[in-house]
Design a protein around this ligand. Structure first.
Ligand code: ADP
Ligand code: MG
Length: 231
C-alpha cells in the first residue's frame, strides 16, 4: 500500500501547525518522522488516521482518497488507548477477525515475552505507562494492516525491552510486507529501522529534509548481529 499526502495544512484556531505537507510512503517502505516537540507530528498522524480533518489537502491510500476516513490504516496513537473495562489479553486481541484461538495463543506468548505474564488478566488501570504501551503495540502487531502508523511506540520503554519490540516490529514488517510510518525522537532508532527519514521543521511544520538511509534489507539480520543476545 502506498500513502500519499498532498498539500496538507492544519491550524488549530489562530495557531498554524502544519503547512503544505506533501509526502509519499511507497509500498513496503519503513519511514520515520522526526521533528521538534510540538511541531505537529502527532497531529499529522491523527489526520492520516482520519481522526482530524485537514484544512487543506488530501490523503490517498493506493490512489483512493481516505481524507477524514477512519479504518483504513492501523494507527497506534502516542497515548495508548486501551479499553479500561477489558483485560490486557482482551485489549491485545481486540479487532481480530481471524481465528480467535490462534490469536489468543499468540497474544499470550507475546505478552509473556514482553514481561506481562502476571498482568494478562489484569485491567489497564493496574499497568504502568510502559506496560500500556507494550499492550497497545502488541495489539498493533497482531492486527497488521498493510499501512501502519506508530506514534512514538517505544518512548516509555527501557533499552532492553525496546530492542525486543524493535525486533518484533521488523519481523512483522518483513512477514506482512507492510508500509510503516513511525514517529520517534531517537535519531539512532530512526537510522536503524527505516528506509527513509522525514524531518519536520518547528512550527508551522514543513518538511525540512528527507534522508534516504543507506542500509540493506533484511535489517533483522543486522539487528541480531549487533545484539546476538536477543535470540
Ligand atoms: P508533536 O507530536 O510533534 O509533539 P503535536 O501534533 O502533538 O506535536 O502538537 C502540535 C501543536 O498542536 C502543539 O502546540 C499542541 O499543543 C497543538 N495541538 C494538538 N492538538 C490540538 C488540539 N486538538 N487543539 C488545539 N491544539 C492542539
Ligand atoms: Mg507527538
Amino acid at each position: 500500500m502506498d500513502l500519499t499526502l498532498e498539500n496538507i495544512s492544519k491550524s488549530f484556531g489562530e495557531k498554524e501547525i502544519l503547512r503544505n505537507i506533501s509526502l509519499s510512503i511507497n509500498s513496503g517502505e519503513f519511514v520515520s518522522l522526526l521533528g521538534p516537540s510540538g511541531s505537529g507530528k502527532s497531529t499529522l498522524f491523527s489526520l492520516i488516521g482520519g481522526l482530524l480533518k485537514p484544512d487543506v489537502g488530501d490523503i490517498f491510500l493506493n490512489g483512493k482518497k481516505i481524507t477524514n476516513k477512519t479504518g483504513y490504516i492501523s494507527y497506534m496513537p502516542q497515548q495508548p488507548s486501551l479499553f479500561p473495562w477489558r483485560t490486557v489479553l482482551e485489549n491485545a486481541i481486540l479487532g481480530q477477525e481471524l481465528s480467535r484461538k490462534r490469536d489468543e495463543e499468540k497474544a499470550k506468548m507475546l505478552l509473556e515475552k514482553a514481561g506481562l505474564r502476571e498482568f494478562i488478566h489484569a485491567y489497564p488501570h493496574q499497568l504502568s505507562g510502559g506496560m500500556k504501551q507494550r499492550v497497545a503495540f502488541i495489539r498493533a502487531l497482531l492486527s497488521p494492516q498493510s499501512m501502519m502508523c506508530l506514534d512514538e511506540p517505544f518512548s516509555a520503554l527501557d533499552a532492553f525491552t525496546r530492542l525486543d519490540m524493535q525486533k518484533w516490529l521488523l519481523e512483522t514488517w518483513e512477514a506482512y510486507e507492510q508500509s510503516i510510518f513511525f514517529i520517534t525522537h531517537d535519531i539512532e532508532e530512526a537510522l536503524f529501522l527505516s528506509d527513509k527519514i522525514v524531518v519536520l521543521s518547528s512550527r508551522p511544520a514543513q518538511i525540512k529534509e528527507i534522508i534516504q538511509v543507506p542500509f540493506e534489507r533484511p535489517r533483522n539480520e543486522s539487528l541480531l548481529l549487533t545484539y546476538p543476545f536477543l535470540e
